[in-house]
Write a protein that binds this ligand. Structure first.
Ligand code: NAP
Length: 298
């Protein structure tokens, strides 16, 4: 079997077009342009690229985007003070703190300082709790992108056995919580794996849909996947490559070539989950703006 490629760029483009239309409608209706503020601390090159992509996508969709660039040695209290100022700014509807933060900063404290009504990354405990209880306000962008990708490519998780590898707060846990809900586009049977899983391959081979978010380059190999599975590769890893001008290439957590021979469908890296994450950020920012205009609160 040779897997069908699930084209994240194409699906994300579809969603971005929907967001562009929604932003124009909102502006025509209310006179308000939706606004996103990104907080970027330090000069991590990968984070800078992600932030630039998010800014560009916002502008193309008619969403105002401003990035607050703070030096890498900014104290935790100063970062929290900056977030609070954005919380209080009525022109800012959504706030995204680009992770990871420098090691001297407790990410949890910064996330706790976000207004849950502006938390477009869905990481504040209020939003996590709402997701768990099946009444999400802002679903984290990457998990939501994975769900949209599955549904829009004709691989709805409903009734399927989904195995999620990885239990981070950003990807693994929320994607599992999202797909297990008793809702259309979800309703899956869920298994989660992590470094404490005794026999990872034995579990991943039982998956109808395998979501891999472990941050280990090409770690999931063909022998770990059953014939006909749908494979979503969330990983983004840099591996040295002297043949490339920049000296590296990006690979996922899945051995794409080997697994493509067995899976029914697979997401590429790049061009898979990455663009979906950006597209869902636009949707969440619009939701935040619509709620602010309607005067809704958590
Ligand atoms: P993370 O915080 O490092 O978490 C990794 C998770 O994988 C942990 O739960 C860890 O288990 C588990 N794990 C690690 N090695 C494992 C192994 N050999 N077997 C089973 N489980 C293992 O990573 P993350 O933030 O979720 O990110 C995962 C990957 O997705 C990274 O490559 C990241 O760059 C990428 N990512 C992509 C996007 C996107 O938009 N495409 C967004 C976010 C992240 P323990 O809990 O037991 O340590």
């Amino acid at each position: 079997m040779t897997a069908v490629v699930i084209d994240g760029n194409a699906i994300a483009q579809e969603i971005r077009a929907e967001a562009t239309q929604a932003a124009a409608d909102l502006q025509a209706r209310s006179g308000v342009a939706p606004g996103l503020a990104v907080v970027l601390v330090g000069d991590d090159p990968a984070s800078a690229v992600y932030v630039r992509n998010k800014e560009r996508a916002c502008r193309e969709a008619g969403i105002r985007a401003e990035t607050l660039n703070l030096p890498g040695d900014t104290s935790q209290n100063e970062i929290i003070a900056a977030v609070r100022r954005l919380n209080d700014d009525p022109a800012v509807h959504g706030i995204l703190v680009q992770l990871p933060l420098p090691s001297h900063v407790d990410e949890r404290s910064v996330i706790l300082s976000l207004d849950p009504d502006k938390d477009v990354d869905g990481l504040h405990p209020v939003n996590v709790g709402r997701l768990v209880q099946g009444e999400p306000l802002f679903v984290p962008c990457t998990p939501w992108g994975i769900q949209e990708m599955l549904v829009r490519s004709g691989h709805s998780p409903e009734g399927k056995h989904v195995v999620v590898c990885g239990r981070s707060d950003i990807v693994g846990k929320p994607v599992a919580m999202l797909l297990v809900q008793k809702q259309t586009g979800a309703n899956a049977t869920l298994t989660m794996c992590h470094t404490g899983t005794a026999d990872l391959a034995a579990v991943t081979r039982t998956a109808d849909i395998l979501v891999v978010a472990i941050g280990r380059a090409e770690a999931v190999t063909a022998d770990m996947v059953s014939e006909g599975a749908v494979v979503i590769d969330v990983g983004i890893n840099r591996v040295d490559d002297a043949t490339r001008q920049r000296g590296y290439r990006l690979v996922g957590d899945v051995d794409y070539r080997g697994v493509s021979e067995k899976a029914a469908a697979i997401t590429p890296v790049p061009g898979g989950v990455g663009p979906m994450t950006v597209a869902m950020l636009l949707k969440n920012t619009l939701r935040a703006a619509e709620r602010a205009i309607a005067g809704a609160g958590v």
